[in-house]
Design a protein around this ligand. Structure first.
Ligand code: ATP
Ligand code: ZN
Length: 210
């Protein structure tokens, strides 16, 4: 039977737990060192090590059959993939943050303001849901410094402890979306026996954790 391919993050916040989950499923393989693809020794699976941002696209295009990635990244990518299993790790919240001394008090005060983010699509959807329009300033990182530089009135970024907000003179203002890691699959994969076996193992690992 043809091997399935699963894409996981090469390095970063989801790598270790993704690898651990697959190992707990009894899969024997080497974690990413320099080879971007590795074959599992005792299961019909190959593992691709990628940047998380590329995972939804690879799965949507069928280059990978499966992927483990944060919901925030899936949503932002707007790629069409199937949710197979919520994994319970990589939990975080995408929030709007504002300067400590900001005059923004309610959501409607965001109307017409400039908001810096690396998540323009999710932010746009959130604003539309609240009948707001704001100027979305897309930047590729270090979003928290934008208000201090006069680049924006607010930011929208992933916040866990709030420490980065605080050290940049910001405070959390509104939750945009919660996120956790998800096992995704390409469309039309549902009946595959390798997937069925893998899903059963994943689910029993998750149940054992409860
Ligand atoms: P890559 O190099 O793969 O593009 P990255 O720098 O974009 O990595 P990481 O910071 O490793 O991404 O985060 C990966 C994912 O982990 C996030 O997209 C999110 O789903 C999740 N996550 C959980 N907690 C946090 C947090 N405190 N900050 C950022 N991401 C978090
Ligand atoms: Zn990324």
């Amino acid at each position: 039977m043809k091997n399935l391919k699963i894409a996981i993050q090469k390095s970063g916040r989801l790598n270790e737990k993704s690898v651990q989950l697959l190992k707990n499923c009894g899969l024997d393989f080497e974690n990413y060192k320099s080879s971007l693809i590795t074959t599992v020794n005792n299961f019909n699976l190959e593992i691709l090590f990628l940047r998380d941002d590329d995972i939804p696209g690879y799965v949507a295009q069928g280059i990978a059959d499966l992927g483990i990635v944060g919901e925030n990244v899936i949503d932002e990518s707007q790629e069409k993939v199937t949710y197979l299993q919520r994994l319970g790790f990589g939990r975080c919240t995408l929030k709007i943050g504002i300067p400590k001394d900001s005059d923004i008090q309610e959501l409607k005060d965001l109307q017409g303001k400039a908001i810096a983010t690396t998540y323009p699509n999710i932010l746009q959807e959130f604003l539309a849901e609240h009948n707001l329009s704001a100027e979305i300033r897309q930047i590729s990182g270090s979003v928290e410094i934008a208000p201090g530089l006069g680049l924006s009135d607010a930011i929208c970024d992933i916040v866990s402890t709030g420490g980065t907000l605080k050290s940049n003179g910001l405070k959390p203002f509104a939750d945009v979306r919660r996120s956790e890691a998800i096992l995704i699959g390409r469309e039309g994969l549902a009946e595959n026996p390798i997937l069925c076996e893998l899903l059963q193992r994943v689910q029993s690992v998750l149940r054992a954790k409860e």
